[in-house]
Ligand binder design. Structure first.
Ligand SMILES: NC(=O)c1ccc[n+]([C@@H]2O[C@H](COP(=O)([O-])OP(=O)(O)OC[C@H]3O[C@@H](n4cnc5c(N)ncnc54)[C@H](O)[C@@H]3O)[C@@H](O)[C@H]2O)c1
Length: 256
């Protein structure tokens, strides 16, 4: 493709599968030094070797893991340009079904994990040798706006909007030149969804109907939005929410 990330040091969490894998592939092709950070060592190492990127075992909810990653970045690269906080899980538990352990675990990954990532990245980006600066992109969801019964997931994705805005406003008013934005994918055709469609083909039309465009998004389309926000082309974008969902959140519920 191009060199829009030429020599940039980029951390991508949850890069061992789905949307994160798409981001790793796109950012690598664009010339970035990608650090793929994930709990899944087998898939992470395979994708890293495939894309000439580097795997780092990281549980996003562990403060110690983020400290270890920061130490590696300081030592081996001397700077961080971009963080994509993308790791996330679902629980499929409604408000009546959710137990405290499930709630705490999901929020610790989807929301606290992103907070720890932002805090670590801002610390590293402050020390950037070319002067303070960088870009952070948090993967939220259309569920930041439109609720689903999975209460912990919906809450985590709504919470990411607040985290993004607060971190963005802080960085901007401190004059740090660190931008923080969130992206909001709708139903996206990942490998997991592909195998679900093979076993339950009847959900395909339902997933497609979620968008007025009548189809699901692709990981490449989500990665392209992350790339724009990570790049210098988005230099006046911070604290924003960027949908990649074929118009899903613009549509009034249909009558038919
Ligand atoms: N797929 C969709 O339709 C869709 C829609 C909207 C938002 N999203 C969001 O996009 C992101 C990626 O989703 P996906 O569909 O690609 O999921 P996925 O399950 O394919 O990938 C998630 C990755 O995160 C990793 N991960 C899980 N827990 C982790 C932890 N504690 N620390 C580090 N890594 C961890 C997993 O190992 C996996 O590699 C998530 O934040 C998800 O909520 C997905």
């Amino acid at each position: 493709m191009g060199d829009r990330m030429h020599n940039k040091v980029v951390v991508i969490t949850g890069g061992a599968s789905g949307i994160g894998e798409g981001m790793v592939r796109r950012f690598s092709v664009e010339g970035a030094h990608v650090i793929l950070a994930d709990t899944n060592a087998a898939a992470g190492a395979r994708i890293a070797s495939d894309t000439n990127s580097r795997f780092f075992p990281l549980n996003v909810s562990s403060e110690d893991d983020w400290c270890a990653l920061a130490a590696l970045i300081r030592n081996d690269y001397g700077r961080l340009d971009v963080l994509l906080n993308n790791a996330g899980i679902v629980s499929e538990k409604s408000i009546s079904e959710v137990d405290l352990e499930t709630w705490n675990r999901l929020l610790s990954i989807n929301l606290t994990g992103a907070m720890l990532g932002c805090r670590t990245a801002i610390e590293l980006m402050r020390e950037h040798p070319d002067g303070t600066g960088g870009s952070i992109v948090n993967t939220a969801s259309t569920t930041s706006y439109l609720a689903i019964p999975d209460v912990a997931y919906t809450t985590s994705k709504a919470g990411l909007v607040g985290l993004t805005k607060s971190a963005a406003v802080y960085c901007a008013t401190e004059g740090l030149n660190i931008r923080v934005n969130s992206i909001h994918p709708g139903a996206t055709l990942t490998n997991i969804l592909r195998s679900a469609l093979e076993s339950t083909p009847e959900i395909e039309s339902m997933l497609k109907r979620m968008s007025p465009m009548g189809r699901m998004g692709t990981v490449d389309e989500v990665a392209a939005m992350a790339l724009f926000l990570a790049s210098d082309e988005a230099s006046f974008c911070t604290g924003g929410q960027f949908p990649v969902e074929g118009g899903t959140i613009s549509e009034h519920p249909r009558l038919l």
